[in-house]
Write a protein that binds this ligand. Structure first.
Ligand SMILES: C[S@@+](CC[C@H](N)C(=O)[O-])C[C@H]1O[C@@H](n2cnc3c(N)ncnc32)[C@H](O)[C@@H]1O
Length: 300
């Protein structure tokens, strides 16, 4: 995959009236994740791309654990269905697709007022508006992601975001051209908040489905399943394998990433399994970084 950056010029329109006008031209570039996300696939793309099925350009790209969407953005397919169980994440994707200018305008204000104290003020306001799907809250989501400790997304039992402020000297809070590139990539994309089981209703032959679930821990100390309330244990991994089987039966092309542990190899013993070496943090405090082996399961 080429990593070259294509520049073009595009006009900005519809700025909220509270925001002063700025130069009307920004660079256009390739789409990439607009947030940091635990388990992001960015650095694995050179190994995953050669494993795509033949004719994938003509297929609908389906990602039921979209997270930061590294694979989706790198491919920027013409047709896609993206989903995730995290309602805040999905509302942000929808706002970027539908009203990116308002998201940018709000984020610009947040970036201008950023400080440690401001962080906690934004966090409180964000937690007081749970369920709100406005562009203002989408901007708060991105702001918190860029300025919180390690880009973590952790919520308490009430669903309130509780990650402390990070210690960045100059965090890049607003990356306007990245947001505009994401906006363009998301046009005509269906975006849903749903658990992976819902896919059984909507997947069809001719779909390419990439599953990137929370990984089975490689050891008890590496257990980090705080992506969503309730975690993602072995029962969920078994249910996911059943969904994989069902979609296989229906003729979709399937690819799945997970950690290279006996439990996962047994679950997918009927399918083709390749191994890739992933540079990633293997525990939640960021220590123990190194290469870990991951499996890529395919039904083709
Ligand atoms: C490993 S991350 C995906 C990373 C993503 N591929 C990327 O490049 O950033 C796993 C995602 O699964 C989502 N998730 C957790 N449980 C889920 C469920 N039951 N159904 C759907 N999504 C779920 C989490 O919210 C998280 O975004």
């Amino acid at each position: 995959m080429s990593t070259s950056t294509a520049f073009a010029r595009i006009d900005l329109v519809k700025r909220p009236s509270s925001i002063p006008p700025r130069p009307a031209l920004v660079e256009e570039r390739r789409a990439k994740p607009f947030i940091k996300w635990v388990g992001g696939k960015g650095r694995l793309l050179p190994q995953l791309t050669p494993l795509l099925p033949p004719g994938v350009e003509r297929m609908r790209h389906v990602e039921p654990f979209v997270g930061g969407g590294a694979f989706f953005f790198a491919r920027s397919p013409a047709r896609a269905l993206l989903s995730d169980v995290n309602p805040n994440l999905i509302a942000t994707y929808q706002a970027i697709r539908d009203d990116v200018e308002a998201v940018i305008g709000n984020l610009e204000l947040l970036a201008a007022g950023h400080s440690k104290e401001a962080y906690y003020g934004v966090r409180t306001s964000y937690n007081l508006s749970l369920g709100d799907r406005s562009s203002e809250r989408a901007a708060q989501f991105i702001y918190l992601n860029k300025t919180c400790f390690n880009g973590l997304h952790r919520v308490n039992k009430k669903g309130e975001f509780n990650v402390p402020a990070g210690r960045y000297v100059k965090p890049r809070i607003l990356d306007e051209s990245a947001l505009l590139a994401a906006h363009r990539a998301l046009q005509k994309v269906e975006i849903r908040c749903a658990g992976f089981e819902a896919l059984v209703q909507s997947a069809r032959p001719g779909d390419f489905v990439y599953f990137d679930p929370p990984y089975e821990p490689v050891s008890d100390t590496a257990r980090f399943t705080a992506y969503a309330k309730g975690g993602f244990g072995q029962d969920a991994q078994r249910k996911l394998r059943d969904v994989f089987r069902e979609l296989d039966r229906r003729g979709a092309r399937l690819m799945l990433s997970n950690s290279d542990v006996p439990f996962i190899r047994e679950l997918y013993g009927d399918y083709r399994i390749d191994t890739v070496a992933a540079p990633r943090a293997i525990n939640c405090n960021g220590r123990g970084r190194g290469k870990v082996s991951e499996v890529v399961v395919r039904n083709y």
